[in-house]
Design a protein around this ligand. Sequence first.
Ligand code: FAD
Length: 286
Amino acid sequence: MKISEKFGKGKTVLSFEVFPPKKTSSIETVYSTIEQLTDLKPAYISVTYGAGGNLANNSTCEIASAIKNKYNTEAMAHVTCVNCTKSDLETILGRFREANIENILALRGDINPDIPPKTDFKYASELVTFIKEHGDFGISGACYPEVHAEAPDMVTDILNLKKKVDAGAETLVTQLFFDNRAFYDFRDKVRIAGINVPISAGIMPVTNKNQIERMVSMCGASLPQKFTKMIQKYEFNQEALIDAGIAYAADQIVDLISNGVEGIHLYTMNNPYVARKITDLIGKLL
Ligand code: FAD
């Protein structure tokens, strides 16, 4: 089923994100996580695509296939194009079709200064067009409530987002954020720009201080005072920080649902305990 068909049915669409295990771990390690996540009955689970987009080493297709075909949960495979040729993408899309994967999050990927990008695709919108020409996939795109790092300003970034949606992205998933006001401001501007597809809000329950520092340096999310106070208070008490991180994320989600958000995309960090706790807290509100 296409993910776009899950929206507009009077319920907030709850989805999870997992990442493939590191090269040093066996792929089996992720299956226990997925089994526990699928028990929580999300609308779909997405699987990230290794930064750099190495075709040979990528287990995204295998994991998305297990989610869909073994655990009977809708899957969305992430794909990046910055380091791919059109021929690489044809191979990847062929694998998806064979594995019965119907949904793709079409991404450009981050540009690694040490690896010159391939020239077939410059922006995710071009990947969206390519995917549409190569199969009947449901296509989603990424968006940035606090502006993509390379964009000069929000207006430019939103006008670029419009090109991606006009190319065929049917739903959007946001970068993680900790301040809901950033999301509401972004959503208003996106709608004024004539982008009317459903937007899922990306929420990451924070469970350790290093994780926040890494994430914030990567994606530039702003940290409200309420959030930094929480981290300062519990940074040396791991158990308390996990509870506080779950409570903070649940509070964000309650507010988002009350304000009509169409979807919640939980960055689970492959932690089923945290996903279960959040689902217990917000499950009846969706
Ligand atoms: P684009 O939509 O192409 O945008 C990139 C930049 O180009 C933006 O600044 C935009 O304003 C600008 N732009 C777009 N179109 C045009 C145009 N026509 N003319 C001029 N400028 C333009 N990375 C991974 O490696 N693997 C993953 O699995 C992964 N999953 C992600 C999931 C989500 C929900 C999000 C939000 C990000 C994810 N990323 C992932 C990171 C993503 O690859 C990076 O943020 C990347 O830098 C941008 O990707 P994009 O698809 O948003 O690019």
